[in-house]
Design a protein around this ligand. Structure first.
Ligand code: IMP
Ligand code: MG
Length: 342
């Protein structure tokens, strides 16, 4: 039974890999959304969803796939790699509850080849999944769209129309962002950015939902910062120190060791402003405070961990509502918004 409705936009607050998949899969199981719709760039994303004994690595489908009653959609702004998408549909047995907007642009082999060569690989350190070159063709208006691709013919729909009519019926819709706001083409450290705007406004535009329809903007941070590829990372730790702290992670799409730094209030504040966040999700608290592992009740967290959460809340003047304490979708603390300390 859900008591939440309206349009919830969930975006990454930093450089991607904040653990959006975990927070979204929790919301999907608990709040039973009618639709989960993905915005963002394309298969350069890698979202890990752990649910019971299943671990899913998703690059195209919405993370809310864990709820079999939720309809899954890809907004028109998303670049679709048909092979990756159809493989995920098969693996998750999500069949025809998955819809792709007719106007999604297609990633072709030539885009992947271009992405793995030249300045994109050497200077930007892209994921090599073809997204930048495919967006470039789209802007030149020479790219192929989903409506031209036979492999997708059973899945085509008008996603914006579906999402808006679901909102008219007062249902809950999750709008899932990808990457992180600080990798935005417009608002990040150009040229060390992805090929689109990935802030909450950009994600809504991908899906075709207007700003007045948005109910909540949930910005997800990890309890420390990570970045893969090139570009500045303030307070970056040497790799040995990252390993010593147990913060080492490997990219789920590229397998690269992620660069790491302590949580950065200044970057986080910029992201809160950019996204007009109404709430925060904070993941991997148990990686920084091992005693927090598996705790599902805020009062049972070690005092140091609570202090860390409350300092973030007061620095960012935004409530930390969801806290991840382990990999499973259920390893999560959900706080009442009234309990905020700022
Ligand atoms: P592209 O998005 O593949 O063009 O890569 C541009 C930059 O964004 C590179 O630094 C990538 O490592 C980074 N990036 C793209 N997608 C993700 C993601 O999902 N997580 C983390 N970094 C990403
Ligand atoms: Mg990722």
């Amino acid at each position: 039974m859900t008591n939440k409705s309206g349009c919830w936009v969930i975006v990454g607050g930093a450089f991607g890999d904040e653990g959006k998949g975990k927070i979204i899969s929790h919301l999907a199981m608990k709040e039973n959304p009618a639709i989960a719709v993905r915005g963002g760039v394309g298969p350069n994303a890698g979202h890990t969803v752990v649910c019971g004994d299943r671990t899913l690595k998703l690059r195209m489908l919405p993370c809310a796939v864990v709820n079999e009653n939720t309809r899954l959609m890809l907004g028109a702004g998303v670049l679709v790699d048909p092979e990756v998408s159809l493989k995920e549909v098969t693996e998750t047995e999500s069949g025809l509850r998955t819809k792709v907007d007719r106007n999604c642009a297609i990633i072709e082999k030539k885009h992947i080849e271009l992405d793995r060569a030249g300045h994109l690989k050497e200077i930007v350190g892209t994921t090599g999944t073809g997204t930048g070159p495919a967006n470039s063709d789209r802007i030149l208006r020479i790219g192929k769209l989903a409506r031209d691709d036979e492999r997708l013919s059973d899945y085509l729909d008008n996603v914006s129309a579906r999402v808006n009519s679901s909102l008219d019926e007062k249902q809950l819709v999750l709008v899932e962002g990808t990457q992180g706001s600080l990798l935005s083409l417009y608002h990040g450290d150009y040229p060390y950015v992805t090929s689109k705007d990935v802030s909450a406004s950009g994600i809504c535009s991908d899906v075709g939902v207007g700003p007045k329809r948005v109910s909540e903007v949930l910005v997800v941070f990890k309890s420390y910062m990570t970045r893969v590829g090139s570009g500045p990372l303030e307070g970056e730790l040497p790799p040995e120190e990252t390993v010593k702290r147990g913060w080492q992670e490997y990219g789920s799409v590229t397998g690269r060791l992620r660069r790491a730094a302590p949580f950065n209030n200044k970057l986080a504040r910029d992201s809160i402003t950019l996204n007009s966040a109404t709430m925060i999700g904070l993941t991997k608290l148990d990686t920084v405070f091992p005693d927090a592992g598996g705790v599902r009740d805020y009062e049972k967290l070690p005092a140091k961990a609570r202090k860390f959460v409350e300092e973030i809340e007061s620095e960012l003047s935004t409530p930390v509502v969801y806290i991840g304490t382990g990999p499973d979708a259920l390893d999560i603390i959900e706080r009442k918004v009234e309990s905020r300390s700022w």
